[in-house]
Design a protein around this ligand. Sequence first.
Ligand SMILES: [Zn+2]
Length: 249
Amino acid sequence: MTLMQHLLTLHRVDSQVRALQGRVAAADRDVTAQATLLAGLDRQTKELESQSRQLQATIKNLEVEALGFTERTTKLRGELNSAQNDKQYKAILHELKTLEGKKDECEGKALTEMERLKEVETQQAKLAAQVAERRKVHDHVKAQADERRAECSGRLSELERERDIATKAVPEKERAIFKRVAEVTEGEAMAEIDEIDRRHKEYACGECRIEIPYASVATLMSNPNALVQCTSCSRILYLAEATKEVLRK
Ligand SMILES: [Zn+2]
């Protein structure tokens, strides 16, 4: 086999490996995206839980405070009956009024906080539904990714073995060039030379369309072990059998 045939074999197997790896990676990306969304919802859930706890504590404190005022007013009402004179009576009455005002204030605040708690609880219920829905999607995507990995793994290791063999068949220098170009082009290391105009000997890189000098075409025709790269996109150039056939005539 010529260098070009070895390179084309390597390219074919390498593309297949990359395509399969890409399929697995795409599925993994879907899982990561869903996990990120879930984590965001999780953060919101924790935030609402914290708000709910704080509100419940505030309400509890206000209720205890209001109860304290109630107890004191009950006690004062008893004292009212045993007042010695009008001055004392009025003083107790004044204190009673103040205490009742404070109690009303506490209860008013507690009511406001309860309204806020109710709002938070409504948000929590909505969020819980969103979390359940998102988790379903996540689990589905995860199962698909696992399935795809299992599906691909056998074929992938088989192809990787084939790629190892194909890689070893290419001499070291050309192998390094192939590897470098394949990395840069994400597996599109080879480009076919397209014939643009036979009479004027015009040829172009099949990938980036830049004009290829006829000398390069002639080199590939005369030496099947030559490696010619596109001057623009660096891809390794090759001639299709049909083009070679025409050029030979
Ligand atoms: Zn090119």
